[in-house]
Design a protein around this ligand. Sequence first.
Ligand code: 5AD
Ligand code: SF4
Length: 431
Amino acid sequence: MKRHFHIITYGCQMNRYDSGALRTLLEERGHKWVEHPDNADFIVVNTCAVRQHAENRALSRLSMLASMKKKRKNLLVGIMGCVAQELGEEIVQKIPTIDFIVGTDKMAVVADIADGGVNGKIFTDIDKEFRGIDIPAHIEKGARSAFVTIMRGCDNFCSYCIVPYVRGRERSRSPQKIIAEIKNAVASGIVEITLLGQNVNSYRYDALDFPALLDKIAQISGLQRIRFVTNHPKDFSPKILDTVEKHADKIPPAFHLPLQSGSDKILAAMNRKYTFSQYLRTIEQIYRRFPDAAVTTDIIAGFPGENDDDYSATLAAIDKVRFAGIFAFRYSVRQGTAASHLEDNVPEEIKIARLNEIIRKGIHYAKTYSHNLIGTVQKVLLEGDAPKNPGFLRGIAPSGRIVLFPKNEFADKIVPVKIEKAGTWILWGKI
Ligand code: 5AD
Ligand code: SF4
């Protein structure tokens, strides 16, 4: 039976990539994508377990979808991804009518279920040898930018983090597969690739490490821009900066380096394996070589044991680094992690107050970064019409900032735009 399917995605870019790969796989098997879940008879929710809030959102959406099964007898509803891996059978207790529970990296199982070819409904064993799905992610018609996974899993076991438990051990994809996938994407009109991995800096395939892979990818003809996430500060080497410098026309100096906390005591309790001064040394190397680098980060507010001094150290760290963007989160206990055995002892209202101040500072420095671009000419990757600003085109600057500029029929894939005005995350200019 051919299905009409829809996939709902929560969480990180890796999840978006996985949903795209599943879409390609289901389409290859003759099933038909529909834009709205109301028109689907096969719905998959791809989930994120990194914080309780994300998990709750996905599960409540799932129960809502499962309740539609009463009226639509042939509808199948299932869950995949990190929450499925984390909770497994427990999900049946929460949502008894759910049709399937498929853990991480198992897009092929979901496709078999759509085909009607498997019995049973829980598939959550972690496949240690999995080296990435070899089906390229779905590329939207007219898209200029795409994700490509280079490695999966994580061996770092930061004490707050559930990822190593739900995504399993680190494994890298072969450079042949990565390069073939990128060449294919380029042939279908993609000019920008974002390389994905929980920690791209620990990519290794035989003797090939991440800087060497990046160097190979930068030589693919037709590919105009390369980004990569996420970097672990402890593994970030100057060799990467050499590669970025060598291919300055293709690899923008934009680095996402999650700091998490500015306090050495908290960093140790988080098992991050660097001190703030080591982190700062990396940042100084970056700024020395790329003065206008866009350095972005993640910060957790209210980790167990975080006192006023630790929190002040985080604020001071933000002032020192002057991040181009901060993603800040309230600490959320994740069952099974090392930190779940520590007392979650920062009161909720203090967590929220600290989070808000970090966000406020983050916006201040994001604005400062954007304002410093006024008067410069940015090479903007054209995406298309700006949906909310008729008469304007929308594109992405090397730093990752959105750029809006008046429509111009000569605009090609990458256009030089002189920046005249700046908000926090958006720049305005003219060709
Ligand atoms: N609580 C809050 N934030 C978390 N992150 C990961 N685990 C947790 C948690 N338990 C944040 C980290 C990470 C980002 C992707 O999510 O900052 O870098
Ligand atoms: Fe989680 Fe740390 Fe691995 Fe990042 S490096 S995925 S925060 S365990």
